[in-house]
Design a binder for this molecule. Structure first.
Ligand code: CAA
Length: 291
């Protein structure tokens, strides 16, 4: 199946990155959000991130202009029904995703593939509530989308071969690499990454190290590009906690219990970079550890 047009639901951190790479790869993109302001900000951010790539000679000014011209925005979710592939990248809450699919389903073409960028919710369960479980799968990008090479492709129990192959062809056209993951809680990347981040928070909670010493240890001692607490702030502490809860509930193993200190930061609204404060305080010139 030849995919030409892509609908992206949600213009947040992930949605705008997905629209960026799809448009750059030559797809016509229709980006949707419920908030006009979010759509405007997303297009401005895509422009800025494309410019970064132009200034580093990764792409030409013509590539940038062509990519921007391929992105349209809409406040009407149902308009995405006209596209060949829909990638849902809304808030990581199952009831919100469910509502989006319910609204969209009557407007989809029979051939449209429906996917979710969920980082942890069961693909099989989401698919089972649609009219096309065989044309439904997980399409999971990493943040920042324009930079990270990996896309996890997650097959639900009913996903058919044609759907998987069509999504794989899209990943290849993006110049990225796909990892095929089975549909179990948090798939591959987050199954491994989140317990490490959670363990870093326990290391802080138990006073083994400070924010700075923990991050420095993993950057200089394990060659990670970011320390685990800096990375948690980058991902969002609410997202990290939600994924730990999915692992804890879904695998019923106490080794996945979220650290109480992580819960406390989320309860305080200190959600990381997007909130201006998390394990670091970002409100000044340079980030300052909060512990
Ligand atoms: N758009 C386009 N280009 C971007 C970009 C963006 N949004 N963000 C960064 N870049 C580019 C920069 O222009 C730069 O390009 P060059 O290599 O050509 O110079 C390059 O990326 C590196 O950026 P910086 O120099 O600004 O900063 P850095 O060297 O500190 O790297 C980073 C930044 C790429 C984010 C790096 O710190 C990193 O890899 N961090 C770890 C990220 C990670 O682990 N992501 C996965 C999170 S888990 C996830 O996403 C799954 C989930 O479900 C939660």
């Amino acid at each position: 199946m030849d995919i030409k047009t892509i609908g992206v639901v949600g213009a947040g951190q992930m949605g705008n990155g997905i629209a960026h790479v799809m448009a750059l790869a030559g797809y016509e993109v229709l980006l949707n959000d419920i908030d006009a302001d979010a759509l405007e900000k997303a297009v401005a951010l895509i422009d800025k991130n494309l410019e970064r790539q132009v200034s580093r000679d990764k792409i030409s000014a013509e590539d940038k202009a062509a990519a921007l011209a391929r992105i349209s925005t809409t406040l009407e979710l149902t308009e995405l029904g006209a596209t060949d592939l829909v990638i849902e990248a809304a808030t990581e809450r199952e009831e919100i995703k469910q509502k989006i699919f319910d609204t969209l389903l009557p407007h989809l073409q029979p051939h449209t593939i429906l996917t979710s960028n969920t980082s942890s919710i069961s693909i099989t369960r989401l698919a089972s509530r649609t009219d096309r479980p065989e044309k439904f799968m997980g399409f999971h990008f990493m943040n920042p989308v324009p930079v990270m090479q990996l896309v996890e492709l997650i097959r639900g129990i009913a996903t058919d071969r044609e759907t998987y192959d069509a999504c794989l062809a899209v990943v290849e056209k993006l110049g990225k690499t796909a990892a095929s993951a089975e549909d179990f809680p948090a798939f591959i990347v987050n199954r491994i990454l989140m317990p490490m981040i959670n363990e870093a928070v326990y290391t802080l909670y138990e006073g083994v190290g400070s924010v700075q010493s923990i991050d420095q240890s993993m950057k200089l001692g394990a060659n990670h590009p970011m320390g685990p607490l800096e990375l948690a702030d980058f991902i969002g502490l609410d997202t990290c906690l939600a994924i730990m809860n999915v692992l804890h509930d879904g695998l019923a193993d106490t080794k996945y219990r979220p650290c109480p200190l992580l819960t406390k930061y989320v309860e305080a609204g200190w959600l990381g970079r997007k909130a201006g404060r998390g394990f670091y305080d970002y409100r000044g010139e340079t980030p300052v550890p909060t512990r």
